[in-house]
Design a protein around this ligand. Structure first.
Ligand code: SAM
Length: 195
């Protein structure tokens, strides 16, 4: 990993840690993905040759940077959705700092709306936003997933109760195989097995 990417990820990890230690209000925190979970997301996406990636929940862009490394590797891009314009703007600064802006498009607005006009094929959908809406984010993108495409959702353990409907939905879906991985806040990893 080149220094610009490493330094930007480290800066975001340190900021996240500092905010947690200071008990900053959740609304002000960057709520970055756990670094080990981010590594698993990266490795899984890389192994799956994920070229076209969609993310719901940018915040300041920590997970987006990991995903952009994969998109760059395969000549694709990450489309990341953030409802808060100020956060999206700050994330843009981090993407520039990491030298990865060319591989990231930010859709500012509610992903349940902005993604409706997104019609490209999707190799990986990463969900990390409002827990009650995971099924909706999934449904909006489902038709663009091919066999072998991945859906990875954060907080499957930390917010297991709130995500119970989503987890049951993907685990019982006839065209998916899905497993809960208890790393970080817990990732629900699903792969599409049929049309
Ligand atoms: C947990 S944070 C994402 C953290 C990020 N994935 C990371 O690892 O750095 C969740 C983000 O989702 C955004 N969000 C919430 N609801 C959304 C929606 N409907 N559409 C787009 N973004 C949304 C919030 O504003 C917040 O910044």
């Amino acid at each position: 990993m080149e220094p610009a990417v490493f330094n930007t990820l480290t800066e975001l990890e340190m900021r996240d840690e500092r905010e947690r230690m200071q008990n900053a209000p959740v609304s002000e925190r960057i709520l970055a993905l756990d670094p080990e979970a981010a590594k698993l997301l990266y490795i899984t996406a890389l192994g799956a040759h994920a070229k076209n990636i969609v993310e719901v929940g940018t915040n300041r862009g920590y997970s987006t940077i990991w995903l952009a490394l994969v998109a760059r590797q395969y000549g694709g891009k990450v489309t990341t959705c953030e409802i808060d314009p100020a956060r999206a703007e700050e994330a843009r600064g981090y993407f520039e700092k990491a030298g990865l802006s060319d591989y990231i498009d930010i859709l500012v607005g509610d992903a349940r709306e902005t993604l409706r006009s997104f019609s490209e094929p999707v190799d990986l959908l990463f969900i990390d936003a409002v827990k009650d809406h995971y099924e909706t984010y999934f449904d909006v993108i489902y038709k663009q997933l091919g066999v072998g495409s991945l859906v990875i959702a954060d907080n499957a353990v930390s917010h297991g109760d709130e995500l119970l409907d989503y987890i049951m939905y993907v685990q019982n879906h006839p065209n998916l195989e899905s497993v809960t991985v208890p790393l970080g806040s817990g990732l629900e990893i699903s792969v599409k097995t049929g049309e």
